[in-house]
Design a protein around this ligand. Structure first.
Ligand SMILES: Cc1cc2nc3c(=O)[nH]c(=O)nc-3n(C[C@H](O)[C@H](O)[C@H](O)COP(=O)(O)OP(=O)(O)OC[C@H]3O[C@@H](n4cnc5c(N)ncnc54)[C@H](O)[C@@H]3O)c2cc1C
Length: 352
């Protein structure tokens, strides 16, 4: 097999899949990246909303920023910074204590460097997916992955049964590709039957997740009662960060309403409840002209299934599984996992 003609599919255009696709394309592999969403980013997405008066609003309603202590990731960030895709976020960060009703821990929170995508968090994934050698297919949900023994390749089938092509290798860059949890939403078995792949069956485990809601608010003028640009909450049962609530609240809603996408009416009710909790801070919070909640059913994986290897890899079938759930529940973990998956492929194809 020649790397020039090697075709690989990446399922998921979040940061792990995008980093993996970029590195594979750099080593001469032809990559097709699929994502069920309308665009790239996954949990680093940017959301466009239109207010009642027609104003266009953008929210980084997933990860609002990220940090790193890993030198490989720092090296990538330098490159992204030079391309204008990320910048250090130098604003003050702190915590709000619900008991003392005061902002605290300014220094502790401010110690690590925080990075943001420019102009939004999805900019990195977007740029990586547009690199030469990568074909991006958005709005396409991969429904089934079939190993063709006689052809030594994978066949990808869409959720509605459409043929998505044959590939020499596959990177599944999201746990929903093998998790039975996804069945509750699609009403179909997960795309990948890991039990049929003896090499990895015992390594891939169902990943418990922590859900959350993000409350998106827009105000006419900056809130002068808040002296900092970003903050977390301490001692609140409901609020966790200035952008999202605690898992306990979200788990309660999921237990009540199931994993299906919540209705607009349910989301409006949740937005009211979360905003009510925000008002209970006692801070002088004016009435927002836009208020909407978004549910992240699988916001944070609660375990890491490949902390040392950083991805799951089956050499025989050229299958890698990567994502934050392999390493750590954050952008850095997802990047490291995507890098590991790409290097497994590159090594494997280069020695053929
Ligand atoms: C509210 C919130 C706040 C956060 N805050 C931070 C933070 O401050 N700092 C930090 O470092 N991290 C934060 N995170 C975590 C961070 O966003 C994630 O760890 C990281 O983005 C995960 O990237 P990923 O590539 O592993 O997965 P994802 O971004 O989830 O990407 C997986 C992609 O796969 C696609 N997909 C899945 N199945 C299929 C299929 N069958 N067919 C096609 N496409 C499919 C999905 O649509 C998705 O786009 C936050 C997350 C949330 C939700």
């Amino acid at each position: 097999m020649n790397p020039i003609t090697t075709k690989v599919a990446v399922i998921g255009a979040g940061i792990s899949g995008a980093v993996c696709a970029f590195n594979l394309a750099k080593s001469g592999i032809s990559v097709t990246i699929f994502d069920s969403a309308r665009g790239p980013g996954g949990r680093m997405s940017r959301r466009r909303e239109i207010a009642e008066d027609g104003r266009e609003l953008y929210f980084d309603h997933g990860a609002p920023c990220f940090t790193t202590t890993n030198t490989d990731v720092e090296e990538m960030i330098r490159v992204w910074e030079a391309r204008g895709l990320v910048a250090e976020w130098k604003q003050n960060y702190g915590s709000f204590d619900f008991i003392t009703k005061k902002f605290v821990n300014f220094e502790k929170e401010g110690l690590s460097k925080k990075y943001v995508g420019i102009p939004g968090m999805n900019s990195i994934c977007r740029a990586l997916c547009q690199e030469p050698g990568i074909e991006s297919k958005f709005g396409v949900m991969v429904g089934r992955l079939e190993w063709l023994e006689n052809k030594d390749s994978w066949s990808l089938i869409g959720l509605d049964g459409q043929d998505l092509g044959q590939f020499n290798g596959v990177i599944a860059a999201d746990k929903s590709t093998f998790s039975h949890r996804s069945t509750q939403v699609t009403m179909k078995p997960p795309p990948l039957d890991v039990d049929a792949i003896p090499g990895i069956a015992n390594m891939v485990k169902e990943v418990p997740v922590r859900p959350c809601f993000a409350l998106m608010l827009a105000f006419e003028t900056p809130l002068s009662s808040i002296p900092i640009k970003g903050f977390s909450f301490e001692n609140s049962e409901v609020l966790k960060w200035a952008i999202c609530d605690s898992k306990k609240y979200a788990e309660g809603i999921i237990a009540r309403d199931g994993l299906q996408k919540p209705s607009n009416a349910a989301l409006a009710e949740i937005a009211e409840e979360l905003f009510g909790e925000f008002q209970r801070t006692g801070l002088d919070v004016s009435v927002p002209f836009f208020k909407k909640a978004h549910r992240w059913g699988s916001a944070f994986p609660a375990t890491s299934i490949a902390r040392d290897e950083k991805c799951i890899w089956d050499r025989t079938k050229k299958l890698a599984i990567c994502g934050d759930f392999c390493v750590s529940p954050n952008v850095e973990g997802a990047i490291l996992s995507g890098l590991a998956a790409a290097s497994k492929f590159s090594e494997s194809f280069s020695c053929l």
